[in-house]
Design a binder for this molecule. Sequence first.
Ligand SMILES: Cc1cc2nc3c(=O)[nH]c(=O)nc-3n(C[C@H](O)[C@H](O)[C@H](O)COP(=O)(O)O)c2cc1C
Length: 193
Amino acid sequence: MAFKTVVFYGSYRRDRNGIRAAKFLLEHLTQRGHTTVFADAMEYDFGLLDRMYKEHEPGQAPAKMEELAEHIRTADGFVVVTGEYNHSILPGLSNLMDHFLEEYYFRPAGIVSYSVGGFGGVRAAVHLRVFLGEMGMPTISSMFAIPKITEALNADGEPQDESLIERLGSFLDELEWYEEALKRQRDEKGKPF
Ligand SMILES: Cc1cc2nc3c(=O)[nH]c(=O)nc-3n(C[C@H](O)[C@H](O)[C@H](O)COP(=O)(O)O)c2cc1C
């Protein structure tokens, strides 16, 4: 089955490291045949939340917001990449994602976390599960954590250790299972609301 998957990432730091994880995910999703969209907060750059997408009159949202809304509405699933700032998710990521709500409903999300230290951003990943659940995305059970990201992935997002690729394979197997299952349910029964 051909999937469309949107990858979210939200660091605005000029020396940002999580871009390595985003590139790694985008590359491997593409290799598996996904149509990918990179929802990079720095590139979409909506500014701090003023109006949500749905609060604009139809057709009046800024063009980049309209573009991303359409990608989210037509996605089969999401991968959300978060670093960890003070044990929580990146403000740039939550600000980007807060612009949308109903557009996400009934599509699964996989959580990827990273840090330059040894814990791989897992504390932020736990927060992210609650955040995504509130926004209508069931999160898959597995979380994909990347400790010591600057050693694990080079600047192009290429892994320095084969085990990362093996782990990613099972994570994406699970994501695809949910993408297919929820797509079938949406196609057959529509959405309850
Ligand atoms: C404000 C701030 C808070 C941070 N807090 C944590 C933390 O709680 N745990 C951790 O493992 N790393 C922490 N770090 C280090 C980050 O893991 C590291 O800077 C990482 O590269 C951030 O992701 P980014 O480069 O994509 O912005 C923090 C960094 C910043 C800038």
